[in-house]
Design a protein around this ligand. Structure first.
Ligand SMILES: Cc1cc2nc3c(=O)[nH]c(=O)nc-3n(C[C@H](O)[C@H](O)[C@H](O)COP(=O)(O)OP(=O)(O)OC[C@H]3O[C@@H](n4cnc5c(N)ncnc54)[C@H](O)[C@@H]3O)c2cc1C
Length: 495
């Protein structure tokens, strides 16, 4: 039996070092005001996340390594009881890549699950994963048996329960968010009850916890659908951005296409005028698939170029040429499904201590995509931010999650910015985010909740029709509000 480690309550130690999180968990992130350094949040009790901008005091931080059995449930209950008795919040996180304190309980008990147990059930086409298992561990378990995760993010660092809790999506098609691939899960409720939830059992708890950011219960394990791993071959299509929605829809409707994504050019002069559509189909020969590889040389070369384009319009054009003309000819050939999704975030890592990568994501209907392009052209280049990349994905309609962001079939635009660690840049980012959200909501779309908490409360309520009923049901389930994080404190708890 593994240990429930109180020693790891010391922040920035233990798993933090092992997972390369030291930069985020470290207490003394510098914040610059213009060129002058201003006071940084500091102290042993500060917890941060992938943005480096969420330093929040916590009472303690525990790394929990038990298998998902009685001992884990008992440990969770004990900590919940203690937090409740002291009137403190409690919240579980995994890789801590959400960027706005969505996994941090202010002055409360923060728990990080660290256990990669995965058990395959080939007969039912599912695997049982510990809530804290990372996708790299799931792929490592499934790949030798010829299986692959059905839906996960484009990087493999994230936790499985965390993925369900933000209801993330990936680029395999034609699927909805990851929650739609969960057959059942076990969860400790705020009062300590252990319940099994599925689309047919405790359905409303299941739907609230899906994309419920850890506010409904503490998930201990999940049964998740898998698909056969396959060898795939890519096709590349370059077009005017205005033609993308139609081409993407046709690709999604093509039963032979099993993975698909798009890109848009990012030079300021011609921002979002050109598009690239990449589709993957199974090759004729599916014998002897090679073991899942990590980032290939193409990914590493691409990441160098990704960084070098910062503030350099010529290199942005070069990168676009490289992606649309050179890469298709050079080396982006056949790969297994597992190799394509076995990508660590670190490949894109920015080692510049004065900047941080900030993601945004917007979901719009196919018919609204041209309006979305228009909005982005008007808002983004006029801002002070360095725009690095946009990837376009497909998300099928989600009829399950109470906090659904895909209330119809959606094109998801995942955007990556490099933000200066200055107050000026932070204020500019907040202003730009609000402008974009207004435009997206006016188009019937939504923004994604795991990123910076820059939306207004009104914007959250407008983008998430289920937010009010979620908050009401949460209060009934958890009257003492023991499961809390910044998403509750800043938004849902104020509805
Ligand atoms: C580089 C990068 C790429 C990304 N790509 C994608 C993408 O392709 N598609 C996409 O949809 N998203 C993407 N995201 C967003 C990502 O899915 C979320 O940030 C997600 O939260 C990351 O998982 P995590 O393990 O870091 O979660 P954490 O930040 O640790 O936690 C996220 C939420 O899950 C809850 N939670 C965690 N574990 C449990 C548990 N056991 N029980 C109950 N609640 C729990 C936490 O309380 C928190 O609210 C990306 C983010 C980054 C930084």
């Amino acid at each position: 039996m593994k240990t429930f480690s109180r020693r790891a309550a010391l922040l920035g130690t233990g798993a933090a070092a092992g997972w390369g999180l030291s930069r985020w968990l470290g207490p003394d992130l510098p914040v610059y005001d213009g060129t002058a350094r201003v006071a940084a949040p500091s102290g042993d009790n500060m917890l941060n996340d992938a943005s480096g901008l969420s330093a929040t005091p916590v009472h303690k931080h525990l790394i929990v390594r038990e298998d998902a059995g009685e001992a884990l449930v008992a440990a969770v209950r004990r900590e919940l009881d203690e937090a409740r008795a002291a009137g403190r919040p409690f919240n579980v996180g995994a890789a801590r890549h959400s960027m706005g304190g969505q996994a941090i309980p202010r002055d409360g008990t923060a728990v990080t699950f660290d256990n990669g147990a995965v058990e395959i059930d080939s007969a039912s086409g599912t695997y049982r994963a510990h809530a804290g298992a990372r996708w790299s561990q799931v792929i490592a378990a499934l790949d030798p048996a010829g299986w692959s995760p059905k839906v996960m993010q484009s990087n493999h660092d994230f936790g499985v329960a965390a993925t369900y809790s933000v209801n993330a999506h990936g680029w395999p098609v034609p699927f909805g968010p990851m929650g739609s691939t969960v057959r059942s899960l076990r969860m400790v409720l705020p009062d300590g009850d252990l319940v099994t939830c599925s689309p047919s059992e405790n359905t409303s708890l299941f739907n609230m916890a899906m994309g419920g950011y850890g506010l409904i219960g503490v998930i201990v394990d999940l049964d998740v659908e898998m698909v056969k791993n396959t060898r795939l071959s890519p096709s590349f299509e370059v077009m005017e951005a205005g033609k993308f929605a139609g081409a993407f829809r046709r690709a999604i409707e093509d039963p032979e296409v099993t993975m698909a994504y798009g890109r848009l050019n990012v030079e300021r002069e011609t921002f979002f005028r050109n598009a690239l559509l990449v589709t993957y189909r199974e090759t004729a020969d599916q014998a002897e698939l090679s073991a899942a590889a990590g980032s290939g040389w193409m990914s590493h070369a691409a990441s160098r170029l990704y960084r070098a384009q910062l503030g350099n319009e010529t290199l942005k054009s070069f990168r676009w040429w490289n992606e649309t003309r050179l890469a298709p000819v050079l080396g982006s050939g056949e790969a297994t499904r597992n190799s394509l999704i076995n990508e660590p975030v670190v490949t894109l890592d920015d080692r510049n201590p004065d900047r941080t990568d900030i993601l945004h994501e917007y979901f719009v209907g196919f018919e609204a995509f041209d309006g979305f392009l228009e909005a982005c052209r008007e808002v983004i280049p006029a801002s002070y931010q360095e725009f690095l990349n946009v990837t376009l994905r497909y998300v099928a309609q989600d009829d399950q999650s109470t906090l659904a962001f895909a209330t119809g079939p959606r094109i998801a635009a995942v955007m990556s910015f490099s933000q200066e660690l200055t107050q000026r840049a932070e204020a500019d980012m907040a202003r730009m985010t609000r402008e974009l959200i207004d435009r997206v909501v006016a188009l019937g779309g939504a923004y994604y909740l795991p990123y910076r908490p820059h939306a207004t409360l009104e914007q959250l309520a407008a983008a998430y029709a289920g937010a009010g009923s979620f908050a009401q049901a949460k209060r009934e389930l958890d009257p003492q509000l023991v499961l809390r994080n910044n998403l509750w404190d800043s938004y849902l708890g104020r509805l």
